[in-house]
Design a protein around this ligand. Structure first.
Ligand code: HEC
Ligand code: HEC
Length: 356
């Protein structure tokens, strides 16, 4: 870990210098995130890892993702709690499933889950297929059963029925997982800055926020940005998560977190580090949605995290000034790149209008 962190920090400090040198030799105007000219920012090295899925399953999975017939009372679809326009989250502290039942956790973004080794805040699902099946059948989510699914299946479109053959919870989950695997987010202004040498794409305030993120506030310790030469697969990647579990003392009430699944007392209160990509769109924050705004999050870290349980040693008071807090927030807001979600939301609205 230590050499990675050192390299990342060195990269952070060098980035201004290197980028400055490059921007002299090219005329880099201000780029919006829709005018990408740098391929490495578009993928941020993300493409190489995720396995691609066959197109038919993706199309089928995509229509099932929006289909509330997959819930027992017909009231919710995956998209109810993972809205494309909100980077696939739902804007609630904790989600509401069938029959208005409340779960205890906040809906996470679905972007880049293809790269995750484990799923859910507590990592209890080991494959995406397994994860999707838990969402389909969970009593506080969609509550679906094999029986209800087969009884309802006649009402699905011929294409969906042709692709899935005999419908089972497993075949439906596999198709939806194939679609979810394709949800990728990269190419934010931060990517253009880090990987394309576009110095002007971040404001001075956002650049100051990046320096805090890499240095004084040390957020990068868990919300990882890899330097190009440390990735075992080559190429720089920035997932803004280490995919590991930590206790930062967040949450309003007791939740065992990772220990729910591992049953180890040392894991109590540990949750998976969430990605920070699109974090401006995914409020409220933390596993139970207990922090409403990015300002509240930054103030939380500034105080040295929460008081619950065995808080990670890396979480200490930061003594940020008010303008440093603003800088950090501005940087977090520059991590937005929801083009796939915006596109899907638009297409879905159009197809609903056509059906009416
Ligand atoms: C009632 C709201 C709700 C519905 C409906 C729902 N989800 Fe979720 N989803 C959540 C919540 C809340 C979590 C986090 C739960 C936890 O970690 O304990 C979650 C977690 C996930 C994750 C894990 C993400 C990660 O970072 O580990 C994936 C993937 C996912 N859902 C996909 C789906 C799919 C696909 C569907 C439809 C089959 C679906 N969800 C239906 C609320 C919902
Ligand atoms: C020790 C590892 C660690 C460090 C250091 C760290 N975080 Fe986190 N971060 C986490 C974990 C774990 C969570 C989820 C905790 C939970 O929900 O209980 C989290 C959650 C968040 C969230 C909420 C995201 C969401 O989707 O709900 C934001 C925003 C965030 N961190 C930003 C930061 C910032 C900014 C810093 C630096 C000031 C930072 N983090 C430092 C591990 C860390």
């Amino acid at each position: 870990m230590a050499p990675i962190i050192t390299l990342v920090i060195v990269l952070g400090l060098l980035v201004d210098v290197v980028v400055h040198m490059r921007s002299r030799s090219q005329d880099s105007g201000r780029l919006s995130s829709t005018q990408l000219t740098c391929p490495s920012a578009r993928s941020a090295g993300l493409e190489s890892l995720a396995s691609s899925s066959p197109g038919v399953a993706v199309q089928t999975g995509r229509s099932l993702f929006f289909d509330s017939r997959l819930s027992l009372d017909g009231s919710v679809s995956c998209a109810s709690c993972h809205e494309p326009s909100r980077a696939f989250t739902d804007g609630r502290a904790t989600s509401v499933g069938i029959f208005g039942r409340h779960g205890k956790r906040n809906s996470p973004t679905l972007y880049n889950v293809a790269y995750q080794p484990r799923f859910f805040w507590d990592g209890r699902a080991l494959t995406l297929e397994q994860q999707v099946q838990i969402a389909l059948t969970g009593p506080n989510e969609m509550g679906m059963t094999e029986r209800a699914l087969s009884m309802r299946f006649e009402s699905f479109s011929p294409e969906v029925r042709r692709t899935l053959g005999k419908p089972t919870l497993a075949s439906v989950s596999a198709a939806i997982a194939a679609f979810v695997r394709m949800l990728r987010s990269s190419g934010s202004r931060v990517d253009l800055y880090l990987y394309c040498g576009e110095r002007n794409v971040l404001s001075q305030q956002e650049r100051a926020g990046l320096r805090l993120f890499l240095g004084k506030a040390n957020c990068v310790r868990c919300h990882t940005i890899e330097a190009a030469d440390v990735s075992p697969l080559g190429g720089a990647r920035a997932f803004f998560t280490d995919f590991r579990f930590h206790d930062i003392g967040a949450g309003d009430s007791f939740d065992p977190g990772l220990a729910d699944y591992s049953h180890l007392s040392s894991d109590v209160g540990e949750f998976k580090t969430p990605t920070l990509r699109n974090v401006a769109l995914t409020a409220p924050y933390m596993h139970d949605g207990s922090l409403r705004t990015l300002r509240e999050v930054v103030e939380f870290y500034d105080r040295g995290g929460g008081k619950n349980g065995q808080v990670d040693q890396a979480i200490v008071p930061l003594y940020l000034t008010h303008s440093e807090e603003d800088e950090l927030i501005a940087f977090l807001e520059a991590l937005t790149s929801n083009s796939q979600g915006d596109e899907l939301a638009k297409e879905h609205a159009k197809s609903r209008r056509r059906q009416q």
